[in-house]
Write a protein that binds this ligand. Structure first.
Ligand SMILES: [Zn+2]
Length: 150
């Protein structure tokens, strides 16, 4: 499918999809392509800017907004929280099974009752973590806590 930006003799602009450029020309010559505003069959291509339909639903990486990373200057209270985050991370890593790159598979198995329920941690990229959450699997990104240099 090709999308054409079209304009009629009265300069009404509109867009329409065609199976191919040949199909557009044939339909136009037969007067089948008409302006949706005034019904005129005298229609011309505005600009050659076909956008081809994609069959996959992948969003190009460039279309994703860059998330600004939050930064902070810490108060005493925030320092305590940071220590708590580090403690949480250490607790999880000490008391959970490291399944490494098998994390996504193992989390799914546990969720669907194919593996024993227990605390695990491992590696997953954001895309994988998101799909786990969508399946109702509660995953927690472990906080990365910068070293306290004070
Ligand atoms: Zn028109």
């Amino acid at each position: 499918m090709i999308k054409y930006a079209l304009a009629c003799e009265q300069a009404h602009a509109f867009e329409s999809w065609f199976p191919s450029s040949e199909a557009f020309e044939t339909q136009r010559k037969r007067g089948f392509v008409t302006c949706p505003f005034c019904n005129s069959p005298k229609v011309e291509k505005q600009i050659m800017a076909p956008s081809v339909t994609r069959t996959d639903k992948a969003v190009p990486a460039a279309a994703l907004p860059e998330q600004p990373q939050p930064v902070a200057v810490l108060s005493d209270q925030a320092r305590e929280l940071r220590a708590a985050l580090r403690a949480l991370r250490e607790h999880v890593m000490k008391n959970s099974e490291d399944v490494g790159k098998g994390f996504v598979e193992e989390a799914r198995k546990m969720h669907y009752g194919e593996a024993e329920e227990r605390s695990i941690y491992g590696e997953a990229d954001m895309e994988e973590a998101r799909s786990l959450l969508e399946e109702g699997i509660d995953v927690l990104p472990l906080p990365v806590v910068p070293d306290d240099r004070n």
